[in-house]
Ligand binder design. Structure first.
Ligand SMILES: Nc1ncnc2c1ncn2[C@@H]1O[C@H](COP(=O)(O)OP(=O)(O)O)[C@@H](O)[C@H]1O
Ligand SMILES: O=C(OP(=O)(O)O)[C@H](O)COP(=O)(O)O
Length: 395
């Protein structure tokens, strides 16, 4: 795979697939800059070599054709400031306007194409659409790790129309950091899994049992484990059809000598809101009408100790409904413990949109080893799947 540093972009027009799928508020302002910040060094390298960049991305999941709220024009001002050059914009990602703007680009200039997903051909991986995109540049760069698990026109199919295909800095860093965790991690290796759904993460949990020394399970998914074990969970999140699976996971962990940690107490609420009445109860003791929204203080102590003494930590998924300050304590405490482990010569990798935003909002983004820009892509990579976006760069 050709890396960015191995390629000289002088006089070249680079067609760059980025993942600028960033959250916007109702005024169309960007509320999280992680992905833009991450891709900036790639763009700057192309420009400083004396090349120009044509950026293409999706934003959200538009259903049919163009929609104002999914237009990438909302990013133009921010990108211009970050790149130090006024970014041009093509309202339509293919067609005459895009062709003319791309053809007219001078070295050091940047063109942003509008949302690729305004065309259903993008997600369908349509060859003719990919070929149209390919005509805009003379070298292809893929830096969209967050979308590398999708075999879409711009992430995968387009690559076949180029002789020169280059792996961007974000893509490279993501793969390197995931590899550090997957291959020969320094021990003890602890994975912390949380968030809402067991079903989304069951495959990765199973895979991780072959790698980790400790597996911590918190957040919404822990109640399925608790109920399967005969506990009372009130109205807490639960996937009844996954209870058997959780029992198998517990058994497998035992067989493989992995220490599995589940919450020993929970902060519970009588309603799903920040101002609900709360109490702390032991595992499997949640009365009817109440639901578990965070791990409890004894669990915090237990998890903190395991995490702080680890040399490799992989964290995916919050410990509770951290969007409500009342139920953010568990997630905050775990974030602090991850920082402590990192300070103590450990390596920490944080994946998943919500976990990343929790870490960043707490101001710990620079205090952990690496915050991934990918959610689903990172998990699929960790499961051992070949990411189509990566494979396309290698062929
Ligand atoms: N006990 C809980 N009950 C309900 N929702 C929860 C609970 N714990 C965590 N969550 C929710 O899980 C969501 C994050 O899950 P997920 O998308 O799996 O994480 P990530 O994006 O980090 O992979 C958050 O919105 C959080 O509020
Ligand atoms: O935000 C993304 O993925 P993520 O929610 O798994 O982090 C990527 O931009 C992929 O978007 P998609 O899941 O609509 O293909």
């Amino acid at each position: 795979m050709i890396t960015l540093d191995q390629y000289n972009f002088e006089g070249k027009k680079a067609l760059v697939r980025v993942d600028f799928n960033v959250p916007l508020n109702d005024k169309f302002e960007i509320t999280d800059f992680t992905r833009i910040k991450a891709a900036t060094p790639t763009i700057k390298k192309i420009l400083s070599d004396g090349g120009s960049a044509i950026l293409m991305s999706h934003l959200g999941r538009p259903k049919e054709g163009p929609e104002e709220k999914f237009s990438l024009k909302h990013l133009v001002k921010e990108l211009s400031e970050r790149f130090g050059t006024e970014v041009k914009f093509a309202e339509d990602c293919v067609g005459q306007d895009a062709t003319d703007l791309a053809a007219g680009l001078k070295p050091g200039e940047v063109l942003l194409l509008n949302n690729l997903r305004f065309y259903k051909e993008e997600t369908k991986g349509d060859e003719a659409f990919a070929e149209k995109l390919s005509k805009l540049g003379d070298v292809y760069v893929n830096d969209a790790f967050g979308t590398a698990h999708r075999a879409h026109a711009s992430t995968t199919i387009v690559a076949k129309f180029f002789t020169d295909k280059v792996c961007g800095y974000v893509m490279q860093a993501e793969l390197d950091n995931a590899e550090k965790v997957l291959n020969n991690p320094t021990r003890p290796f602890t994975a912390i899994m949380g968030g809402a759904k067991v079903s989304d993460k069951i495959m990765i949990i199973e895979k991780l049992l072959d790698k980790v020394d400790n597996l911590i399970i918190g957040g919404g998914m822990s109640y399925t484990f608790s109920k399967a074990n005969g506990g009372k969970i009130g109205n807490s999140l639960c996937e009844d059809d996954k209870m058997e699976l959780t029992k198998e996971l517990v058994k497998k962990a035992e067989e493989k000598g992995v220490k599995l940690y589940l919450p020993i107490d929970n902060t519970i609420a009588d309603d799903f809101n920040n101002d609900a009445n709360t109490q702390i109860v032991g595992r499997g003791e949640i009365p009817d009408g109440w639901e578990g929204l965070d791990i409890g203080p004894e669990t915090v102590k237990l998890f903190e100790e395991v995490v702080a003494n680890s040399k490799t930590v992989l964290w995916n998924g919050p410990m509770g409904v951290f969007e409500f300050p009342t139920f953010a304590k568990g997630t905050e405490a775990i974030a602090e413990a991850v920082v402590k482990a990192t300070d103590n010569d450990g390596f920490s990798l944080i994946g998943g949109g919500d976990s990343a935003s929790a870490i960043n909002n707490l101001g710990y983004g620079d205090k952990v080893s690496y915050v991934s820009t990918g959610g689903g892509a990172l998990l699929e990579y960790m499961e051992g799947k070949t990411l189509p976006g990566v494979a396309a760069l290698q062929s």
